[in-house]
Ligand binder design. Structure first.
Ligand code: KG4
Ligand code: ZN
Length: 340
């Protein structure tokens, strides 16, 4: 089964064709990062307008690259939440028009379930059950995946998402947007032990996260230095901040896996391309005898192939969306769409 999938929930306009949920035939991504960079973050209205103008071209590129005609497509997968409502609606209305005119199924996909499914594209042997750490610009969730459609949130952030914290700290350090890759790079030349930023909730028994206290702590450190006119190293702040985030993410994930007797861990979402997170999680998993999977960076950040994978599993489990499917900005993980 070949699914053409569309992802427009934030600032990437992406179209993919995926076969049987596991094989990427094409995965075209048009990133709007350069457009939003000068504003220091994504401007929703500008994102929507660019999705409108770019999406038809990205669809054509995907078809050309795959050398498939529209008649060879068996279903249309599309992100319907969570995300920016204007941006979601561009992908969703295009997907509906295609599904209706081609008389093929429309399959709505939860963006975060898509991020989790990115692992299926890279690891043919991977099957549920497993525990996933989902770390993106909007989410920091520990999710138990018991089968292809059953997602249970075991812990989540009480305030900022990990990616959001990376983006904010990058901005105050003058490192630019998106912050994650900038901090990852600056941290390579800094000392992660230079400043003892707090490891929030690390010793707590629950699996929730909090990053706003860490963010305030970094801001207080920088303000203190500026007020006293003392020099500071941007690279040291970046490295120390990154280590504080990573230690908590790794500590909580391993503790959660042990508490729930999960032997396989997956990483998903934009922050899972962070080099220190990958390194520390690999070490910790090896130490505990756990199997760890994480996708290539291109499958960690927003892309339509992951949506195509999840769409396949929704489809084979009978979850075909109605043409009334609407965009839901705050869609909860594990929500199943109305079945046609
Ligand atoms: O999954 P994603 O592309 O979009 C959302 O669904 O939010 O994640 C984007 C987030 C941004 O906050 C970005 O700064 C972060 O992922 N990110 C990283 C890295 N690459 C991207 N964070 C830390 N280290 C990285 N190397
Ligand atoms: Zn995402």
């Amino acid at each position: 089964m070949k699914i053409l999938s569309i992802e427009t929930s934030c600032d990437e306009t992406s179209v993919a064709i995926v076969e049987n949920g596991r094989k990427i035939i094409t995965n075209r991504i048009y990133s709007q990062i350069e457009i939003h960079k000068k504003y220091g973050g994504v401007v929703p209205e500008i994102a929507s307008r660019n999705h409108v103008t770019k999406l038809p071209y990205v669809i054509n590129e995907a078809l050309e690259e795959s050398q498939l005609s529209l008649r060879e497509i068996d279903g249309i997968g599309v992100t319907y939440g969570p995300g920016l409502i204007g941006a979601l609606l561009i992908g969703l209305s295009t997907a509906k028009a295609m599904a209706y005119s081609l008389e093929i199924p429309l399959i709505g996909v939860h963006h975060i379930e898509g991020h989790i499914a990115a692992n299926f594209l890279q690891y043919p042997e991977l099957e549920p059950p497993f525990l996933t750490l989902v770390v993106s610009g909007g989410h920091t969730h520990l999710v138990r995946v018991t089968d292809y459609q059953t997602f249970e949130v075991l812990g989540k952030t009480k305030d900022d998402a990990a990616g959001e914290a990376f983006d904010k700290i990058s901005r105050v350090l003058g490192l630019g947007y998106p912050g994650g890759p900038e901090i990852d790079c600056a941290a390579k030349n800094g000392d992660p032990m230079a400043i003892p930023f707090p490891r929030v909730f690390l010793n707590k028994k629950e699996f929730d996260f909090s990053f706003s206290g860490l963010k305030s702590s970094v801001l207080n450190y920088l303000n203190g230095k500026k007020m006293k006119n003392e020099p500071f190293s941007v690279n040291d702040v970046a490295a120390s901040f990154q280590m504080a985030v990573v230690e908590v993410l790794v500590g909580k994930t391993i503790a959660c896996a042990k508490a729930t007797n999960m032997t396989t861990i997956c990483l998903a979402g934009g922050v899972s391309s962070n080099s220190l997170l990958r390194e520390k999680m690999t070490q910790a998993a090896a130490l505990e005898g756990l199997t760890l999977y994480y996708p290539d960076p291109i499958l960690c950040t927003d892309n339509a192939a992951m949506i195509g994978s999840m769409a396949y599993y929704n489809y084979i489990n009978g979850e075909i969306s109605d043409l009334n499917l609407n965009g839901i900005p705050g869609l909860k993980i594990g929500t199943r769409t109305k079945v046609k």
